[in-house]
Design a protein around this ligand. Structure first.
Ligand SMILES: O=C(O)c1cc(=O)[nH]c(=O)n1[C@@H]1O[C@H](COP(=O)(O)O)[C@@H](O)[C@H]1O
Length: 239
């Protein structure tokens, strides 16, 4: 088995509008072992990108962020099982019944196609939201860290494999959810990169030190003039 390196902890978000641009990035960055296919790319070019990544031996995070009633998320998860990806996302705010239905359908879908089940992980609170927006736009009366923890625990109690959280909450979630619960952190920003629409960022090094299993990083690498150098610089900063 290939040794795991610090670079393997970085999942690069393939947020581009076409398959050609995605392939160009994948081939430009051969040291990236884990790629995220999100809504933009999947809606633009469909599931073929999954096969392209598989042919190159990459791990895949299929980030479709399901959010619907139990019957619908279950159907989507059953269908997604056939792609044989490593990680799949659903919003915790679907509620416990939907999370459970999704998990059961994903596992039975994987058995039906004789493939391992992807790990289902739950979005706690999008990293583009801050505490002000949580209180005044979403009208959630809890403090942000308490809300994120509650959403992670809901996923854990339902049997999901992990959660997506901002690096600012990862230490608390790690402490409360234990070492076996997968914690994936987007909203990560090296000091030299622009924040963009992310609201609860920390540096890659700080996020890993706080307990993240994986970092999801997009634009600091993919929108850089030199993605290869940007990826190498992040790996170097992670030590
Ligand atoms: O599920 C995700 O990956 C996700 C959850 C979240 O709360 N915030 C978040 O930014 N993401 C994703 O992580 C990636 C972050 O990209 P950059 O902001 O370009 O680094 C995007 O593809 C987002 O869709």
């Amino acid at each position: 088995m290939k040794d795991t390196t610090i670079a393997d902890k970085i999942i690069v978000a393939l947020d581009v509008p076409s398959q050609a641009e995605a392939i160009a990035l994948i081939d430009k960055l051969p040291d990236v072992s884990f790629w995220k296919v999100g809504l933009e790319l999947f809606v633009s070019c469909g599931p073929e990108i999954i096969s392209i990544l598989k042919q190159r031996g990459k791990r895949i995070f299929l980030d479709l962020k399901f959010h619907d009633i139990p019957n619908t998320v279950a159907g989507a998860c059953r269908a997604a099982a056939k792609y044989n990806v490593d990680l799949l996302t659903i919003h915790s705010t679907c509620g416990k019944d939907a999370l459970k239905a999704a998990l059961v359908a994903l596992e039975s879908g994987a058995i039906a196609v004789d493939k391992p089940s992807p790990k289902l992980i739950a979005i706690t609170l999008l990293t583009s939201l801050n505490s002000r927006q949580l209180a005044f736009e979403l009208k959630v009366p809890l403090e942000l860290p308490e809300y994120a923890l509650h959403m992670a625990l809901l996923a854990k109690e339902t049997g999901l494999a992990g959660a997506v959280c901002s690096p600012q909450e990862v230490a608390q979630l790690r402490m409360s959810c234990g070492d076996d619960f997968l914690l994936v952190c987007p909203g990560v920003r090296p000091k030299w990169a622009e924040g963009g629409d992310q609201r609860r960022s920390m540096t890659p090094k700080a996020a890993i030190n706080a307990g993240a299993d994986y970092l999801v990083i997009g634009r600091p690498i993919t929108a850089s003039d030199d993605p290869v150098a940007a990826f190498a610089r992040i790996c170097e900063e992670l030590g």
